[in-house]
Ligand binder design. Structure first.
Ligand code: HEM
Length: 212
């Protein structure tokens, strides 16, 4: 009886969140070709050109992970998380919250707070390279007992898809101008317009790709 709604819930919660994150990451990399090259160099050094990236490679690709974390900082797939309700009256930041109040966590604003982040609007995956540096104060998957249960799967899916796209193809913007980063609306955070980009197989990956 509960299997159907459970499956539908998992598909709804796990599909757009993951695909939007890949699309934002690729948009950011297209506007920052030096970061795209750095991610590709890491993949080439770790995996080479004889096989496709696999899930077991992900722990050995720390810069790719930094790219994903920085993407989720700037474009958290659920910018207000999911509405919560206070089970008891409580105090948050000095405000009295009666029992039964709807609470929204503005992860988008927290992730761009200039008190917390240096150059908050800038795409800098490097900010996550040094654990002693700015540190990771993001919450793209929420917190506490209602935290996203699909985080492990989501991070792996985004890592494999994005990493394979970087490993196998040369990516370029359609024209001279930067990719438009206008945000769409909704409960999740899609791009206003779907990403358009030019790509072609990398010479070094053609034998792997043609063997698929
Ligand atoms: C990049 C990928 C993903 C992101 C950024 C993301 C983010 C989130 C966020 C912010 C919440 C709300 C947490 C809160 O309000 O405290 C959530 C809830 C949830 N997510 Fe994800 N998610 C992702 C992928 C997935 C995947 C792959 C699945 C499952 C296949 C999934 C299943 C769920 C479910 C079932 C909930 C509701 C949990 C509850 O209410 O107790 N998510 N997710």
């Amino acid at each position: 009886m509960i299997i159907k709604p459970l499956i539908i819930g998992l598909l709804q919660a796990g599909t757009d969140t993951s695909s939007d994150t890949v699309e934002w990451a690729m948009s950011l990399l297209l506007n920052n070709p030096d970061k795209l090259k750095k991610a590709r160099d890491e993949i080439d050094a770790c995996i080479g050109n004889d096989r496709l990236l696999q899930e077991t490679d992900l722990p050995n690709l720390p810069y790719l992970q930094c790219v994903i974390t920085e993407t989720l900082r700037l474009y958290p797939a659920a910018p207000l998380l999911v509405p919560h309700e206070s089970a008891e009256e409580c105090t948050v930041g000095g405000y009295h919250i009666p029992r039964g109040t709807m609470l929204l966590v503005n992860a988008y604003a927290i992730h761009r707070d200039p008190e917390t982040w240096a150059e908050p609007e800038k795409f800098k995956p490097e900010r996550f390279e040094d654990p002693k540096g700015e540190g990771n104060k993001t919450l793209p998957f929420g917190m506490g007992r209602r935290r996203c249960p699909g985080e492990g799967l989501g991070v792996r899916v985004v890592g494999i898809v994005l990493g394979t796209m970087i490993q196998c193809f040369e990516w370029e913007r359609v024209g001279e101008e930067e990719v438009d980063m206008t945000e769409g609306s909704g409960l999740t955070l899609p791009r206003a317009k779907p990403l358009e980009a030019m790509y072609r197989p990398r010479e070094s990956m053609i034998s792997v790709l043609s063997g698929l």
